[in-house]
Design a protein around this ligand. Sequence first.
Ligand code: CP
Length: 347
Amino acid sequence: MTLEQRIRNPQSAIRNQQEKPFKRRDLLGIRNLTAAEITGILDTAENFREISTREIKKVPTLRGKTVINLFFESSTRTRTSFELAAKRLSADAVNISISSSSVSKGETLLDTALNLDAMAPDCIVVRHSSAGVPHQLAKVSRAAIVNAGDGANEHPTQALLDAMTIREHKKKIKGLSVAILGDILHSRVARSNIHLLTKLGASVRVAGPGTLVPADFAHLITVAEPASKNPQSAIRNPQLQVMPKVEDAIEGADVVMILRIQRERQDSAYFPTLREYAIHYGLTNERLALAKKDAIVLHPGPMNRGIEISSEVADSSRSLILDQVKYGVAVRMAVLYLSTGGTMASS
Ligand code: CP
């Protein structure tokens, strides 16, 4: 069955598109995806967008499939949009949180995963505060594993929905200058976005307090060495720059992505007070004026209004924060579809 038939949309723009197999089962991060795979996921998501605008927001694409949302950390956007994505594709969706799981009674994460796997789900979407948990589950699970955020490591579907938002408004990603500001050190959103945006040809400048943006950060976000046959061989990402001041990163930017201050991940004081953070690093209209006139503003949420972003900026026409959330459903539909055997659209 073709993607077109599955979506069953007579007006669909995919009529003349080709389809390509998605050769992966799991989506664990952006780092190991190719630019073609990223573009393929985004093109597939474009085809699913329209379903959420219909009066009856449901297609039979994943009828008979089961998706388990296994969330060990709180979430509004990601958990809800994976659930909506599964339901809009007619999959059976089951939500498990730490308070409702037997992990709270002492069961190991591995045993929980093996028990869930024994019930034959097709896909397990997992969020955990520890980096690498989805990778561990992928080793033991027969179901596809999708990373919904693992510690400070990666949040691949967030980067994909950010890219979909940028593509929609800028019509391209290649050649754009993107500023990512704030708590880079603890941010899985920053890591996944740096990998994605630079793979698709954008340049990324990061900035924030020195304690949250180490000067040698660019050496931590490596990319595969182009000429090397050794898959482990990595070099510093040449399209990533650490800037000394947020103003330097914003200057001339096409996209300004502001990150949440993650108070829950900070076990020591990285800056004196939230008020000082807002004064020195918060995205205000004055700072945003340094970006290009048509620059857009993104924030993954949840927002700390008045701290990392002023309400004036958050509520302005340049802010695409709710578009990001909207595209999150389409991206997650595409990811569930592809990780359960669907083919990628290719424009
Ligand atoms: N952006 C994001 O991951 O939001 P939630 O924590 O609400 O899922």
